[in-house]
Design a protein around this ligand. Sequence first.
Ligand SMILES: NC(=O)c1ccc[n+]([C@@H]2O[C@H](COP(=O)([O-])OP(=O)(O)OC[C@H]3O[C@@H](n4cnc5c(N)ncnc54)[C@H](OP(=O)(O)O)[C@@H]3O)[C@@H](O)[C@H]2O)c1
Length: 162
Amino acid sequence: MEVILVTGANRGIGLALTRVLLASEIVVIAGCRRPDESAELKQLILSYPETLDLIKCDLECEQELLEEAEASLKRRRKLDVIVNNAGTMPEGGNESIMNIDLDLLWRAFNTNVLGTARVIRAFYPLLVESQRPRIVNVSSSLGSFQPGRATTITPIRPPRLR
Ligand SMILES: NC(=O)c1ccc[n+]([C@@H]2O[C@H](COP(=O)([O-])OP(=O)(O)OC[C@H]3O[C@@H](n4cnc5c(N)ncnc54)[C@H](OP(=O)(O)O)[C@@H]3O)[C@@H](O)[C@H]2O)c1
């Protein structure tokens, strides 16, 4: 059976994807920051006790990710797909580069870029055990420098100069 890790699985797209994958008889490792507080995921485990693993997955905690990956390796032996879905946008998206709070930019970068790298590094040892390893990075047209490629929505331009 395919084994897929979904980050940010407690709500939004991550939760919807988790539901669809489980219904398709795929093993899902559902990662979120506070598994104990996710009523939806705890409910799903009752329906899919053999194919759903609920793990703690804070993109800012490298050590925690390494420990969870080690436990997943012991339990599932391999990982076929990492879906880097978790993401954040603490800034408004239309601020000027001249007055945007740089702490907000740092938080976005730390989660969306470095956090994604932390997940890949931690789970890489499982991924190499797969016959067909894949990494899916969920992005946004807001993060694209190539307008109009995959969508008719025009992406927001890089930070304004004024
Ligand atoms: N919805 C859209 O229209 C849209 C459009 C374009 C792209 N996307 C992309 O699709 C992905 C999911 O979007 P969504 O709308 O489902 O977002 P969402 O409802 O805001 O959910 C974001 C998820 O990411 C998690 N997350 C945030 N920071 C985290 C961290 N440091 N460590 C671990 N998890 C963290 C959140 O966990 P908590 O619950 O703990 O905060 C939550 O599970 C994102 O990458 C987003 O950029 C979405």
